[in-house]
Design a protein around this ligand. Structure first.
Ligand SMILES: NC(=O)c1ccc[n+]([C@@H]2O[C@H](COP(=O)([O-])OP(=O)(O)OC[C@H]3O[C@@H](n4cnc5c(N)ncnc54)[C@H](OP(=O)(O)O)[C@@H]3O)[C@@H](O)[C@H]2O)c1
Length: 248
């Protein structure tokens, strides 16, 4: 069966590393992004230069109409979906909960929770044997923050990842008989741009001393875990939450 994946937030960071590795492993890849057209196109070009197939698709995963368009364009241009990586996630400036306003909370929850649900729904409608699909796999990119709660930094973000963990377990059980496996990776302290959105671009270097392995992680180290969970090597794993945190 042809392997076709939608990877949300794949223009940069963990999503981009996952798109490149997925292409290397034989997936045709839909590289979703929010607004960084140049970065998404660079990922597509890199895949094409290595002989792979990829398209770039702008869509805000928190907007239902955008998600519908995203999946329709992957259907049309790549073919029947076999994998979804729910990766597009955001955090906001580091602050205490008492200082967070409603707009921020809604923005974080809409992208990190609603976005994951909307994309999972569209993937299930296509892949579930209940809907005539041939099965597939979903990997949700959660965070080690769901365990620690990120006090003083972004409890809202951590809580959104707690929701992703719970969604992973519930959805895995809901569709287990329909040919779809649903798992999550929980990274922490990975060198990407996300820490700059929290107001501290050098965060990984500050905290790496507290990581048992005494280093930050690279995006490709998360991508490898994601690709394993998508693959048939993980054929009896569903509802699993895999930490990629250097032991933290
Ligand atoms: N880095 C870490 O240490 C770490 C740790 C734990 C978990 N994670 C999780 O890993 C995932 C990826 O994080 P990252 O560090 O790779 O982030 P990143 O470098 O900041 O990249 C974010 C990606 O998401 C896209 N994006 C943002 N909002 C979107 C939306 N509403 N719709 C569609 N795409 C959107 C961005 O697109 P544009 O380029 O167009 O802006 C970009 O491709 C997130 O879920 C994050 O919570 C990261």
């Amino acid at each position: 069966m042809k392997k076709i994946a939608i990877i949300t937030g794949a223009s940069r960071g963990i999503g981009a590393a996952t798109a490149l590795l997925a292409a290397e492993r034989g997936y045709a890849v839909c590289v979703n992004y929010l607004r960084n057209h140049a970065a998404a196109n660079a990922v597509v070009r890199a895949i094409e230069c290595s002989g792979g197939r990829a398209i770039a698709a702008a869509a805000d995963v928190s907007v239902e109409a955008d998600v519908l368009r995203l999946f329709e364009s992957a259907d049309k241009e790549l073919g029947p979906l076999t994998a979804l990586v729910n990766n597009a996630g955001i955090l906001d400036r580091q602050m205490r909960v008492e200082d967070m306003n409603g707009a921020r909370l809604n923005r974080v929850f809409a992208t990190n929770i609603t976005g994951y649900f909307l994309c999972a729904r569209e993937a299930i409608r296509r892949m579930s044997t209940r809907h005539g699909g041939a099965g597939g796999a979903i990997v949700n990119v959660s965070s080690g923050a769901s365990r620690t709660g990120s006090p003083g930094e972004y409890v809202d973000y951590a809580a959104s990842k707690g929701a992703v963990d719970t969604m992973t377990i519930g959805l895995a059980r809901e569709v287990a008989e329909e040919g779809i496996r649903v798992n999550a990776v929980r990274p922490a302290f990975i060198y990407t741009d996300i820490h700059a959105s929290g107001g501290e671009p050098g965060r990984v270097n500050r905290v790496r001393q507290f990581v048992p392995m005494k280093r930050g992680g690279e995006a490709v180290e998360v991508a490898r875990a994601i690709l394993w969970l998508l693959s048939d090597e993980a054929s009896y794993s569903t509802g699993a939450l895999m930490d990629v945190t250097g032991g933290a």
